[in-house]
Design a protein around this ligand. Structure first.
Ligand SMILES: Nc1ncnc2c1ncn2[C@@H]1O[C@H](COP(=O)(O)OP(=O)(O)OP(=O)(O)O)[C@@H](O)[C@H]1O
Ligand SMILES: [Mg+2]
Length: 265
């Protein structure tokens, strides 16, 4: 499978993202603490961090799905929290759980956005939908409903749906979780190839160290709602901070009695 064969004609303009002193509270719980990030136009920016550290909440602020308690998020010159920004910026968020419409087939899930925005006629829609499905090796799933798909297939459908939207800013939340290693590598390649072909700013939330180190221009690590470190992949190959080193390459104590028990059984 080659994502380079006939590229979708993505929009020619892309946007950087500026997050300034973003704090988010849910009730009395503070989930994001004074987060600041400057994501350059055209960059692949990976956000890593332990489960529950606030990664999905952070990217939902960029997509305008959460409102800051304090601080701000800007997409180019536009306020991410302003609903009018959606009219000006073509943003696609590939949700962690896919967020597909269960009552629609795969084809109709992909066609929905194009139909709603009257972006092309049915023949044009078919071409764009089938092209996106072929990039993700999903041609055989075209008539299936989400309930008939595996978790990994749903993830790929969600990415295909983002592609047909021809985004100017693309956010992936855990694009390779639930995928086998080969498909995970293919998705990494697709993210990198799309950015190469279209210069689209790509923000990738991931636990996948190999994905981040192989395709990111820069990486930020979020721990307990705070940016703990930022840098290039080279900076993270041998991190000095023990917390970062343990997150990226956790040491498993094989002398733990439980492992011994498994070993002997
Ligand atoms: N709408 C909400 N209301 C209250 N708490 C929330 C809400 N959304 C998220 N949280 C809390 O915010 C924290 C961060 O959640 P988030 O989903 O951003 O974690 P994450 O880093 O994406 O984790 P994972 O890697 O498991 O996806 C969690 O403690 C979660 O329970
Ligand atoms: Mg998450």
């Amino acid at each position: 499978m080659s994502p380079t064969s006939s590229a979708p004609s993505l929009a020619d303009k892309t946007f950087g993202v500026t997050i300034a002193n973003l704090t988010k509270q849910f009730g009395s719980t503070t989930v994001l603490h004074d987060v600041s990030l400057d994501i350059q136009p055209g960059e692949i920016f990976c956000i890593m961090g332990p489960s529950g550290s606030g990664k999905s909440v952070l990217v939902k602020h960029i997509a305008g799905l959460e409102c800051a308690t304090s601080g701000e998020v800007r997409i180019g010159a536009f306020d991410a929290a302003d609903p009018a920004t959606r009219e000006k910026v073509h943003l696609a968020l590939v949700f962690q759980a896919g967020a597909l419409f269960n009552s629609l087939t795969v084809y109709d899930n992909l066609a929905l956005y194009l139909r709603e925005h009257r972006l092309c006629n049915e023949a044009g829609i078919r071409e764009r939908v089938m092209h996106a499905l072929s990039i993700l090796s999903l041609e055989k799933a075209v008539k299936k409903y989400p309930s008939e798909l595996s978790g990994g297939m749903k993830k790929r459908v969600a990415i295909a749906r983002a592609l047909v939207m021809e985004p100017q800013l693309l956010i992936y939340d855990e694009p390779t979780s639930e995928l086998d290693p080969v498909m995970g590598a293919t998705i990494s390649e697709i993210i990198a190839t799309l950015r190469e072909q279209t210069a689209v700013t790509s923000i990738v939330v991931t636990h996948d160290r190999d994905l981040a180190l192989s395709i990111a221009d820069r990486i930020a690590i979020l721990i307990d709602g705070r940016i703990q470190a930022q840098g290039t992949p080279a900076d993270f190959r041998a991190p000095k901070d023990p917390a970062i080193a343990n997150f990226l390459s956790p040491v498993i104590d094989l002398k733990n009695p439980r492992f011994k028990q498994l070993e002997n059984s």
